[in-house]
Design a protein around this ligand. Structure first.
Ligand code: ADP
Length: 209
């Protein structure tokens, strides 16, 4: 990573996050990693799916996760939940045939966002990340990989989403009792634009990229 102390790095960071609100020395930053590529290849306790409200499987990351987990098995798991799942909410299922390390899949329903981010959409997106973290903590999971919820087919602005993701994760995990519950939080980036957003703005903060 670049030197955090360079003026250049700090300026870039300011564009995305208000550094006054973040303690850059907080152990939170040691637990965050960026991963470029397919989320189904990451060995973490839980991976996060960008699901649709019906949990019926779909394209994008949802399709990739269903293929890796086994479509029929994962659908059987999804049908155990009440549907439609509200926007901003998350449900947890078994990981079926995903790698033996992955215990759970957390299906988040992000907002559909064309025509600009509103405070309601932002709240819904942030709620997805918060619920995924809370559900994991309830059952003692210690590592998680998030895809970039809503930024694909659902059209959410990539830079705005990145900003919310860091904000909401920091808000929860900067609390001492919460940060201790986690070994690793992976932000899985798949599209070039997401790589650019995160890499440009926050790689310098992350000690285990
Ligand atoms: P949404 O409908 O919530 O926008 P998408 O699946 O279209 O969901 O996109 C969500 C994010 O997942 C996008 O950033 C997309 O590039 C990314 N993505 C697509 N396939 C994969 C994959 N196999 N692993 C990780 N991320 C993926």
């Amino acid at each position: 990573p670049e030197d955090v102390t360079t003026l250049d790095g700090v300026n870039k960071l300011n564009e995305l996050i208000d550094t006054d609100k973040f303690d850059l020395k907080h152990p939170f930053w040691d637990k965050i990693s960026l991963f470029y590529g397919d989320i189904t290849k990451i060995n973490v306790d839980a991976i996060v799916n960008a699901a649709n409200a019906g949990l019926g499987g779909g394209g994008g990351v949802d399709g990739a996760i269903h293929r890796a987990a086994g479509y029929n098995q994962l659908q059987a798991e999804c049908r155990k939940h009440d549907r439609p799942v509200a926007t901003g909410q998350a449900v947890i299922t078994d990981a079926c045939k995903l790698s033996t390390h992955v215990k759970k899949i957390i299906h988040c329903v992000g907002p559909i966002c064309y025509g600009g981010v509103t405070s309601k959409k932002r709240h819904e997106l942030e709620s997805c990340y918060r619920r995924a973290i809370e559900l994991s903590e309830e059952i003692g999971l210690r590592s998680i990989a998030f895809c970039c919820i809503s930024t694909g087919i659902y059209g959410y602005d990539n830079k705005d989403a990145a900003k919310s993701v860091i904000k909401i994760l920091y808000k929860h995990l900067s609390k001492e009792e919460n940060v201790e519950k986690w070994d690793r939080i992976v932000l899985c980036l798949f599209m070039d634009i997401d790589k650019q957003c995160y890499k440009h703005y926050i790689t310098q903060l992350i000690r285990n990229p």
